[in-house]
Structure formats: C-alpha cells, structure tokens
Design a protein around this ligand. Structure first.
Ligand code: GLU
Length: 488
C-alpha cells in the first residue's frame, strides 16, 4: 500500500527560524492529512556550522507546537539512523558506485589551485565553476595523486549535453540546461557528504514520497534529479513552498518581528496561535476563513490550496490571533500558562500553592481581554501581587477635586466598604454608587480616586470586580495608605 512519507530535514546550525517551522508544519499537516509518516532527519554534515544546543531547540520547538514526528531522533524507526553524520559509510558506498560507473570522479585539486582558477575566471569575466580538470585525468595521473597521499573530494560528472526537467507540484515543469551546472562536490575530503548528495541518498533510502521545502531550493533540485538519474532511482515528488516576505515585501527578517521559535515561546505566544498563523503563510482554505483548529487544519490541508505567490508575514495579525486564542482558553488553562510568566517577573514565588493558583484563576477573567501575549500579563496584573504600590500620589486627586475633598471621599469609601460585610462586586457597587450623591461628587471622581488608591492606576479592569478579586482587606489597607500619601 502506498503511504505518504515526508520529512523535515533541518541542519542544526542555530535555533529554527519561523520560516523553517512553516516548512515543518506543512510537512506535518500533509502527513497527518494523508495518514502518512512525518520523519525528522538531522542534516548535520556541515561540521563547521554546527551550533551546540540547536538540535534541542529544534526538537523543543516542534514539541511545543505539537508537531510530533513518527521517525527520527528519540523515536528511532525503520530507516535508522536519522542523523546524517551517522550515515557516512552509506554515502561513501554510493559515491564509490558512481565513480566506478564513471558518473562521478575523484578531484585532487588543491585549495590553492581552485582559488587561482577562480581568480582567473573572474579576471576573464567568466562564470565561476570548476574547470573539470580532474574529470579527465588518466588512470595513471590518478594513481600518482593517490601515491602522493592527496585525499580527493568526489565530484559529480554533470552530463555535458541536454537538459534536465523535473515537475514541481507547485511550479510545474522546471527545466535547466545541463551545461550551465558545475561538477559539484558530493563527498568532501573529510568523508562527509555535501547537502546535495546526502539529501538525495537519504530521501531515497528513507522512502520519502514528497519533498516539501522552501523555494530557495528550486535551483538545487535539477542537480538532485540528475543524481537520482545517475543512481537509477525514481525521484520523489517535489513541492516548493512559497517564499515568506515581510509586509514591505522584502526578505523576512528580525526587522519584521520574525525570530526564532524559542523567542516566540518566551514572548508569550500560544502554540495554537503560531500553528494557525503559520498554516496561513502559503495555504488558504477559502481565502476568507482565518481561524482553524489543529483538527480542522489536518482535515483541510492539502497542496492544491498552497499558492505560489509570496506569503506575507504580518506580526500584527499574529498578535491579534494570539489574543483570540488567549480569550478562547478556559480560565484555569490560561492561568496555568500565565504562571511561568508571573514567576519570571517576580510576582509569584517558584512554588505556587493552591491558594495562589486560585487567585490567579480569579484574576484571569479580568485581564484576558486586555492582553494579546502571555508576556503582557505581569504588567497587566502587577497590582494584584505587589505588597506596596508605587505611584504618583497626585494621581489620587481627580479633576475638579482638592486633596481635602479626596481625603473625605476616600475615608467615606473606606468606611462604607468596611461596613459592608460582603466583598462581592455587586454589593460593593450597591454600597459605593449612592455615596457619590451623598458626597456631592461625580461617580467618575469617586470611582477614579478609589481606583488609583486600590491599584495605583487610572485604567484597570472594572473597579468592583477588581476589588472583589483583590480582597476587601487588602483594598482597605491600600485606601488607608493612599489617604496617608495624599499631597498636603
Ligand atoms: N538541511 C536543509 C535545510 O536546512 C534541508 C533542505 C531540504 O529540505 O532539502 O534547509
């Protein structure tokens, strides 16, 4: 039976960028939609560019987004190992086969010779590329180099005539004249393969049916197809995903708010929102619907609705979507996700017991409309946690009132709250609203003074709910402090 098999093949050369993750997501959705397999393969053959910790960052990012892989690191699978650095003998064997068949050749040219050659090509205004000297060495010349102990690289002998065409599921037929291609290196002198070679060998040996990757790889694909042909293999299907640009239609970068996946997590984005947002970078269902649950994406995602026009990354849209998902979460769930952010801001201890958890759960409904990112919660809730409020006492004195009058109304409010047995929002309102009439001030003035006294701020969630959650005891203590702090 035919099973869709796709792969995400990152190089551990840094934390994955949001564009890499879009590639991972499209592969994952495609696999899940077709009941296929999603393979994680680590392309770690460029030893100089390896960055310690990036493998963990890649796997953490995928796990955070719920993009589980069926085969790969930690999972194993029928085509182990899934690290290219552990497959060197396999690549070497295929390279030897191609050399034996005359489709590849050892190249003994020194770095110095290649540099001098490039320099001459530049001066003559010729395109850069290997001049194929070693392609035409006699067996005797080869043995001489070998006898000198020169370790060769292996180059692919590009067919010098004809053209190579492959069918791209997104872009249709892509054709290239063979002669414009360089005899690229397949195997380096350290025995490691180059990307072009290992990607072909592994996609074949891992029975990959569809290669879904960024469109920056389109120019490389004819080389890959030539390798498939040389090895006598049927290539997989290729689908190159549309480029992602910033709103100014330049290459996506940090300037557009596009950063590593780790940074999104730290900034307080929800994985649900990131998945939904990334799915729309190049795919659409009906061109209108924006919100898709994970299940809906799996059910609806397919390549026929992936476009070729550039996808535009708009950070504001992501923020809006994140706010949407925040508001969809049950309070208990949102509270649990906020805890680490509140702890990091020093508002909560490392060990949060059931009382504090319940307190955060009570705060959540008051602020959920006011934040788009989890990381905005500390700022939005700080006054619920601080022992002492630090604010400008002048803020207490409302427009049209004197400090004396402010003292009077705060005292009256204090006594009214103290006399009210219950600290429910509705009861507080019943008690405080008539007080304005009695004191001959506007309700805005009375409530404004109480609001600043209790929270230190002029803008907060609804006042009575805020006091109810804060607790009347704390509110009374704060009003007392505010009275004491009033400007003389
Ligand atoms: N290792 C390549 C990368 O990091 C994979 C490209 C491909 O999917 O073929 O982008």
């Amino acid at each position: 039976m035919y099973t869709v098999r796709v792969r995400f093949a990152p190089s551990p050369t840094g934390t994955p960028h949001i564009g890499n993750i879009r590639t991972a997501l499209f592969n994952w959705l495609f696999a899940r939609h077709h009941g296929g397999k999603f393979v994680l393969r680590i392309e770690d053959t460029d030893r100089e560019r390896l960055v310690p910790g990036s493998l963990e960052a890649i796997m953490d990012g995928l796990r955070w987004l719920g993009l589980d892989w069926d085969e790969g690191p930690e999972m194993g699978g029928p085509y182990e190992p899934y690290f290219q650095s552990q497959r060197l003998s396999t690549y070497q064997a295929y390279a030897e086969q191609l050399v034996a068949e005359g489709k590849a050749y050892p190249c003994y040219c020194s770095k110095e010779r290649l540099e001098a050659m490039r320099e001459e090509q530049k001066q003559r205004g010729e395109p850069a590329g290997y001049d194929r000297r070693c392609r035409y060495l006699t067996p005797r010349e080869r043995s001489e180099f070998e006898a000198q102990g020169v370790t060769p690289v292996v180059r692919f002998a590009i067919p010098l005539e004809g053209e190579t065409t492959y069918h791209d599921l997104m872009h249709g037929d892509v054709t290239i004249q063979n002669r414009i291609l360089d005899d690229f290196v397949m195997l380096k002198s350290d025995g490691y393969p180059t990307y072009h070679f290992s990607v072909v060998v592994d996609d074949r040996l891992m029975a990959i049916t569809h290669v879904l990757r960024a469109d920056e790889w389109i120019p490389s694909t004819p080389r890959h197809v030539m390798l498939y042909q040389a090895l006598g293999w049927q290539p997989p299907q290729f689908a190159h995903l549309p480029i992602i640009l910033g709103p100014d239609r330049t290459k996506l970068s940090k300037r557009h708010g596009a950063t590593s996946i780790t940074a999104y997590e730290e900034d307080g984005y929800l994985p649900e929102a990131i998945v939904n947002f990334l799915a729309l970078l190049g795919w659409s269902y009906d061109g209108v619907t924006e919100i898709f649950s994970r299940g809906e994406l799996v059910a609806r995602f397919d390549l026929d609705r992936v476009g070729t026009t550039p996808a535009i990354f708009a950070r504001e849209k992501l923020d809006w979507m994140n706010g949407y998902y925040i508001r969809q979460l049950p309070a208990v769930d949102l509270a649990a996700r906020l805890l680490p952010f509140l702890q990091k801001a020093g508002l909560l201890p490392a060990d949060v017991g059931p009382d504090l958890t319940a307190y955060v759960e009570a705060i959540v409904p008051l602020i959920r409309e006011r934040i788009n990112l989890l990381s905005e919660a500390p700022q939005a809730t700080e006054y619920f946690f601080r022992e002492e409020l630090r604010y400008e006492p002048g803020l207490l004195v409302q427009k049209g009132l004197t400090p004396e009058k402010t003292r009077t109304i705060l005292l009256a409010a204090r006594n009214a709250i103290a006399a009210q047995g219950s600290c429910e929002a509705a009861r507080l309102e019943e008690t405080l609203r008539p007080l304005a009439v009695e004191l001959e001030v506007k309700t805005g003035q009375l409530f404004g003074a109480i609001r600043v006294a209790v929270t230190g701020r002029t803008a907060t969630p609804p006042l009575f709910e805020t006091i109810a959650v804060l607790g009347c005891q704390k509110a009374l203590a704060r009003i007392d402090e505010a009275i004491a702090a009033l400007p003389g």
